[in-house]
Design a protein around this ligand. Structure first.
Ligand code: PXL
Length: 268
């Protein structure tokens, strides 16, 4: 009786302006009708201009957060966001190996699309060796594809090559998120490889707006919610992509520069 309502967790940093990180994840979980918990591993002082400061939390405290949830709640799927450093990655991997939190949706946050670093370079190996092999789904952006696959990406063929390399690192399903790279571009394409080896491009219109903070966080959070509800991975990815597109298509006026996407557009 006590844990029938579907529960999920985000393991992430707090973003003070609410546009990304744990805050965006919790908005997304709420919007898709699942109960969201949050294991915070760091806090960021950010606004729509930039990230101005960041502090990782103590490992013993992160362990306590895992234990508190594991002792009482039944987490059916879990996602990660900003993990800041190697010690936190190892702590998260240890706890995910210890507690049954369900499938892991790994948003391998290394750098934001605006170029802010959210993971120390010394931690890349731990990310690859400890967390990628645990991932049911991994959602690298352009920078993260280059770092994880250790290659420079210029063409569609490079994206395909990188995604295949990342799958070989042990992630079951890969979404290599696309980016805008040409002035006249009207479509953004993500490349997907599913566990069974099937591959496809997922397309969405490009909207010329600065209000795109939290796009990747929201995509991976919605995938987490849908997988917790029992959707298959391919359908979870399609739902997430559609919902995020709506949240970008109808911007809200918050902040002066790179504002948040609109989570009120995410429907159940
Ligand atoms: O969107 C990436 C991201 C993740 N987590 C935190 C952030 C950001 C971007 O600003 O602040 C805490």
């Amino acid at each position: 009786m006590s844990n029938e309502f579907i529960q999920v967790a985000t393991i992430a940093g707090s973003d003070s302006d609410g546009s990304a990180g744990a805050q965006a994840d919790l908005h997304s979980f709420f919007a898709r009708g699942v109960y969201g918990t949050s294991i915070l591993v760091a806090a960021v002082a950010g606004n729509s201009y930039a990230i101005h400061d960041a502090h990782p939390f103590p490992i013993s405290f992160i362990d306590s957060e895992f234990k508190a949830l594991a002792d009482d709640y039944q987490i059916r799927a879990v996602k990660t966001g900003m993990l800041a450093n190697e010690a936190i990655i190892n702590c998260v991997a240890n706890n995910l190996e210890k507690y049954p939190f369900g499938p892991l949706i790994l948003d391998p946050v290394i750098m934001t699309k605006f170029g802010d670093e959210l993971l120390e370079p010394e931690a890349y190996e731990a990310l690859k060796n400890r967390l990628v092999p645990l991932a049911e789904v991994i959602t690298p952006n352009f920078f993260e594809q280059q770092k994880l696959a250790e290659l420079k990406i210029e063409t569609d063929e490079d994206v395909i090559h990188a995604a295949r390399k990342i799958k070989k690192l042990g992630a079951k399903n890969v979404i290599a998120k696309g980016r805008k790279h040409a002035e006249n571009q009207t479509i953004i394409r993500d490349f997907v490889i599913l566990e069974d080896g099937s591959e496809f491009w997922l397309e969405a219109p490009f909207y010329p707006t600065n209000r795109i903070n939290g796009t990747g966080d929201t995509l991976s959070a919605i995938i987490t919610a849908e997988i917790a509800k029992g959707e298959n991975v391919a359908q979870a990815i399609r739902i997430a992509k559609e919902q995020v597109t709506q949240a970008i298509a109808h911007p809200i006026a918050v902040g002066h520069k790179f504002g948040p996407i609109n989570h009120w557009q995410i429907t159940r």
